[in-house]
Design a protein around this ligand. Sequence first.
Ligand code: PEP
Length: 251
Amino acid sequence: MRVPLIAGNWKMNTTVTDAVNLVKEMRDDLEKIPDVDKVICPPFVSLAPLKELVAGSTIKLGAQNLYFAEKGAYTGEISPLMLADLCEYVIIGHSERRQYFGESGDIVNKKVVSALKAGLIPILCIGEKLAENEAGKTEEVVTRQLNAALENIDDSDGLILAYEPVWAIGTGRAATGKQANETIAIIRNCISRIYDRRVSREIRILYGGSVTAANTAEFMNQPDIDGALVGGASLKAAEFISIVAQASTTK
Ligand code: PEP
């Protein structure tokens, strides 16, 4: 049994004050929802204050990125050791990082290695662009991204994957449940080839891309989809609570 997981990616939104208020608004309702893992990924600067707010609750925190070195002269960067003090999860390889910050498969691999070493749970994002999708290259792209990200990682324990077609992120144009499930089944097969069947059965794979309260059930009803990585809709308290509640009841 894979426990469903909903992660909210707040991206570069919310001041510390906004972040604290948003968590206060959601905390009690989220806390009442059973049988689903709840993760909030605010900007780095809000991790410390939110850690105090969610202490002792079932709400867990994640970062949106990290640098792969443990420490040193990397002005402006945040290391896995710093994060391990503040949160349990970290998003790695988000398409916005790949697109705007030039993150290659090699960099993503280094980040996954360093996160696992620090005891963080990576939420590794993969997904094809619109042109790749239209050219029928989805399988080729996700396979290439997975092979690169997981190179020389023998112990994938705890790793979480998020299939996020780039054309669906922030566009309001979500994949259909069926489309997402088909690609996620391909990803599971790929994991089976990289590791083995046990890992492919146990690993949690989320869908991300314009998930809302209105389409959550469509994704959660699919056999291979274990939850969602939610961007825009995770910034609206009532909507995020509804998404988490639906994940709890549809799995
Ligand atoms: C995301 O940020 O990973 C994402 C899926 O965004 P949105 O839900 O806004 O499409």
